[in-house]
Design a protein around this ligand. Structure first.
Ligand SMILES: [Zn+2]
Length: 283
């Protein structure tokens, strides 16, 4: 059973339905007003996403699949030290994958080499469901050894891997989306999972706001590490990275070359503008 996986048609159906539903909701109940033309930006983000998709399919998917099969056959990794009931093993594996992805995301901001690539995701001047797919292919390439380590150390079997992948994809689409949920719903949800307003704070041009809300699935990890931040109003947030505010600096070629050229101090506004934009805290 553990060497089975979530059927492709089921995860495809789920992802398609959630993607379509969120796009519909983004039109009906937008959370933030767009800065750039939606069509132009959407096409650009999908182009970055296509390169990312090819990288994932060519490298991450086969490596992760192979390692998960080996974990199952040879009982490698932490969870395989015990004979756990199937549902316990899957839950623990998904939870630990989610936690170690939190650590990767912190690293993506703290380690200059990874930040060079992760910045391509953050310089988007708007935040919506297309941002969820817009990762530089180089970041995905760099994350392959991390993913391999996660699978081998935790002991992630194929079933757990496919459950985590599907759940993560759904979560990433949801919390990047530009959907204005009723505030009560949002507050109830963010006790457990990352929500659009919460992730909006992580995409702020203000450094200390970006250095919060690193979780990708459960908010538990931000709570444990004291990095959860919910006290910034969405209409006081400017989305992006302070050093790259001009639309002509975030075109498709500029995004793709960004990791390979000299880096600017990311949190200082370009020109001689004040280095930090303070944001008012709301009660
Ligand atoms: Zn980030």
């Amino acid at each position: 059973m553990r060497d089975k996986k979530v059927p492709g048609w089921l995860s495809g159906l789920l992802l398609g339905a959630v993607f379509g539903g969120l796009i519909w909701l983004e039109r009906r109940r937008p959370l933030r007003q767009p800065v750039e033309s939606k069509v132009k930006r959407g096409a650009r983000n999908l182009a970055v996403a296509a390169l990312a998709g090819v990288t994932v399919q060519a490298l991450e998917v086969p490596v992760a699949k192979r390692l998960a099969s080996l974990v199952e056959q040879r009982r490698w990794g932490l969870l395989k030290l015990f004979r756990l009931p199937l549902w316990v093993e899957v839950l623990l594996a998904v939870g630990l994958m989610d936690y170690t992805l939190y650590l990767w995301h912190v690293l993506a901001h703290r380690a200059p080499l990874i930040w060079r690539f992760h910045v391509a995701h953050h310089v988007d001047l708007d935040l919506d469901i297309t941002t969820a797919l817009r990762f530089h292919f180089g970041e995905l390439l760099l994350s392959v050894p991390w993913r391999a380590g996660q699978i081998l150390i935790i002991g992630v079997a194929p079933l757990s891997l496919s459950v985590w992948q599907t759940a993560l994809f759904l979560s990433v689409l949801f919390h990047h989306s530009n959907v204005r949920l009723p505030i009560k719903v949002e507050q109830r949800l963010n006790r457990f999972i990352v929500t659009p307003r919460m992730h909006g704070i992580h995409h702020s041009i203000v450094e200390e706001e970006t250095n919060s809300n690193w979780s990708s699935g459960l908010t538990l990890w931000d709570r444990l590490h004291g990095t959860l931040r919910l006290n910034v109003r969405q209409d006081e947030i400017t989305i992006g990275v302070a050093a790259y505010r001009a639309p002509e600096e975030v075109t498709l070629p500029r995004i793709l070359e960004m990791p390979f050229i000299e880096q600017r101090p990311a949190w200082q506004l370009a020109g001689n503008a004040p280095s930090l934009i303070s944001s008012a805290l709301c009660p």
